[in-house]
Design a protein around this ligand. Sequence first.
Ligand SMILES: *Cc1c(COP(=O)(O)O)cnc(C)c1O
Length: 223
Amino acid sequence: MRVNHISERFNQVQDAISQACHRARRREEEITLIAVTKTWPAEVVQAATEVGLTDFGENKVQELIAKAPLFPENKWHMIGHLQRNKARQVMTHAQDFHALDNLRLAGTLNRLAAEAGRIFPCFIQVNVSREDSKFGITPDGVGEFVIASEEFESIKIKGLMTLASPDIRKVREEFQLLRSIRNKHERLIGTGLSMGMSGDYEIAIEEGATHIRLGSALFGVRQ
Ligand SMILES: *Cc1c(COP(=O)(O)O)cnc(C)c1O
């Protein structure tokens, strides 16, 4: 992966972000671009860091712990499903967690954060497309989850996260649904909306995304 490819792709992505913001009358500063480096080696993280990317995402703990310590200046986001026995590693290496999908995991993260004397920021993953293959709380279950997680004082719910369905015709509605669920719970959770990947981030921005997670748009097709 040559650096100039990344910088070209990054420029294109920045243009697209800026245009989507313009259409939606939003400011670019409202949006955090997370570079998803899953499957790519540390050299790619290095190149992406050099062109100015600062936020990185991994969906597997193994990859997170292999790469994050090499780039301590970057901000690391764990964006994939997490098992409780690996929660400690994630807390050590990631600053934000985007895939909180069950209360037992919330309890474990809360205990570890309390032990470490810190507050750990999490997004609740919501399965807006209701696909069986996807992790996440059902849209109807979010209210109960939010109320139950009130007791966990050492995790901070920054907002909601989703993966939209592969059917591009459904995507906008799904992002709107995530936003409306967030609005409904705005007194108890943060305003974050982690939504939008390479194929749908412009729609996500139009619908209010605060965090977009891009892999192939920045790095090409994964091997
Ligand atoms: C892989 C992945 C992405 C990025 O996917 P692209 O389509 O390559 O942009 C975003 N979010 C999650 C949770 C992922 O696993």
